[in-house]
Write a protein that binds this ligand. Structure first.
Ligand code: XMP
Length: 513
């Protein structure tokens, strides 16, 4: 990859850093996030075409605040500092950064003061989104102030000759009306990058890379039935044909009819030489009486590896193991926050256990989910599959708090199938990120046909999200909820009560475990 035509985003811990990367890629320029302290090294080994310094929660004048060396402003590479990034530019340029005497948070109107390449075409007095507590004073000659807001005298500063720009607000968030225009100006007018990042090019280059890496060897692919691994199966098929062997395991934790239906689809519609393995007894035996969510995940992960190993005994030695890991999983382990406190151990980034001899192939490690969906479309995957909701690796085991039994799984499968069917009937399925049922290990009293019932309660969970990192609970129509709840209680033996989950992420997570 020609890093000279890419953007390096140095992460100082902002909650919006991923969003910056997405915005740049939406404009067809490749971008990568790096922790700030590795920035200079990376710039000297593979210089990017432009650098963006992210926001962050620190104050640059604090002794232990995250900083980069001054060289960053003298490398000749265009720099855009956002919020904390702007203050860092100021700090490195000997300006004074100090507490503003209160936080400026929310909307502000941007008043453009001077002509600026960065603000070319930006409407005066448009809304910008602020979230900061520091301000800059003491101003050197080679910078000018090109815009301000009511509370920020220096909302945009720049040194156009050195191609250094700083904005106090967040152009990457949708609340900044002209944010996209500003990033566009930085990429194309200031840094003169070419918009060459698209999924067609990605497919071409990764097919080449996969062929070179794999040679005549064979690759086993972990197929989960989700979008990412299915798209990966299509990409591998294009690159190396039958040298790739997709393996789909029935772990007993899949949704209703998922295993036979998907096996049929993989073989007959997508032409994959998939190997199906029925291993539900093995998984459910290993999970018997296990209550802790983390233990369940670990056991399921370990059982998957065991089953893949036994698959290798059948198909013969393979050298590579492919999985559909995405960029958000990788970022969590490389961002400034480091491998963040483990909320749930669902990311595959840690790789395979050391004793495994397989080499990992993860072509989507640099992609966001919407980019993988785009590749799916390019490779001919039908829209219905492309837009499938995400489904967690440990499956329904994390949707039954506490220990998992066949009986509970069957109830959950029935209830979940009703929810999905009605989501499609009501045309809601494609509007949301994810929806599912959780079966509670709690029995409640009910009355049906004059008879007392004492059965499980179930929860309907529906969320909107862009990437699963944050999510809002979905305000579903009462008519829809009424229909689903009625059907579940009437049709699923063993569930007599249904409730709706009103928790966003944060503070909740999407799955219950
Ligand atoms: P949480 O529950 O962490 O979920 O807010 C975020 C997204 O990730 C999915 N998820 C998982 N995916 N293995 C996976 O492959 C897992 O263990 C796992 N846990 C959660 C979840 O469905 C949501 O889309």
């Amino acid at each position: 990859m020609d890093t000279g035509n890419s953007v390096l985003i140095l992460d100082f811990g902002s909650q919006y850093t991923q969003l910056i990367a997405r915005r740049v890629r939406e404009l067809n320029v490749y971008s990568e996030i790096y922790p700030f302290h590795k920035g200079l090294e990376r710039i000297s080994t593979s210089p990017p075409g432009a650098i963006i310094l992210s926001g962050g929660p620190s104050s640059v004048y604090d002794t232990d605040s995250p900083r980069v060396g001054r060289e960053i402003l003298h490398s000749g590479i265009p720099v855009l500092g956002i919020c904390y990034g702007l203050q860092l530019i100021a700090y490195l340029s000997n300006m004074i950064v100090e507490p503003a005497g209160g936080r400026e948070y929310g909307f502000a109107k941007l008043e453009i003061l001077k002509k600026s390449q960065l603000l070319e075409g930006v409407v005066n007095q448009s809304n910008v989104w602020m979230s900061h507590g520091d301000k800059i004073t003491g101003f050197p000659e080679d910078f000018s102030i090109t815009a301000r807001t009511q509370n920020s005298e220096m909302a945009v500063i720049e040194s156009p000759k050195r191609k250094i720009f700083g904005v106090q607000f967040h152009p990457e968030v949708v609340h900044t009306d002209q944010g996209k225009k500003i990033i566009h100006n930085f990429l194309f007018a200031v840094a003169r990058l070419k918009p060459d990042w698209n999924m067609e090019n990605f497919i071409k280059s990764s097919v080449e890379k996969i062929r070179t890496a794999v040679g005549d060897e064979r690759v086993m692919l972990a197929l989960s039935g989700g979008v990412d691994s299915t798209v990966l199966a299509l990409l591998l098929k294009k690159a190396i044909g039958d040298q790739s062997i997709p393996v789909f395991i029935d772990n007993g934790l899949l949704r209703k009819n998922e295993f036979p239906r998907l096996m049929d689809r993989f073989k007959n519609q997508l032409g994959l030489n998939v190997m199906g393995i029925e291993a539900s007894d093995r998984f459910l035996d290993n999970l018997k009486e296990v209550r802790s969510p983390e233990k369940k995940r670990k056991i399921i992960g370990k059982t998957f590896i065991e089953v893949f190993c036994s698959a290798e005994e059948k198909i013969g030695k393979v050298k590579f193991f492919a999985q559909g890991t995405l960029y958000p999983d990788v970022i969590e382990s490389v961002s400034v926050k480091g491998p963040s406190a483990t909320i749930k151990s669902h990311h595959n980034v840690g790789g395979l256990p050391e004793k495994m001899h397989w080499k990992l192939i993860e072509p989507f490690r640099e992609l966001f989910k919407d980019e993988v969906r785009e590749i799916g479309r390019e490779l001919g995957l039908e829209e219905e599959f492309v837009m499938r909701h995400p489904f967690p690796g440990p499956g329904l085991a994390v949707r039954i708090p506490g220990s998992v039994t066949r009986e509970q799984l069957d109830k959950l499968r029935e209830a979940d199938a009703i929810l999905i069917e009605e989501l499609k009937n009501f045309n809601i399925y494609d509007k949301i990120w994810q929806a599912f049922v959780v079966l509670l290990p709690v029995k409640t009293v009910g009355v049906m046909g004059d008879i007392r019932t004492y059965e499980n309660a179930a929860i309907i969970r529906m969320v909107e999200s862009v990437d699963g990192m944050t999510a809002d609970w979905y305000p579903a129509e009462p008519a829809f909820l009424k229909k689903v709840a009625n059907r579940i209680v009437n049709e699923v033996k063993g569930i007599n009560r249904v409730a709706y989950d009103l928790t966003s992420k944060p503070p909740g997570t999407i799955e219950w475990e």
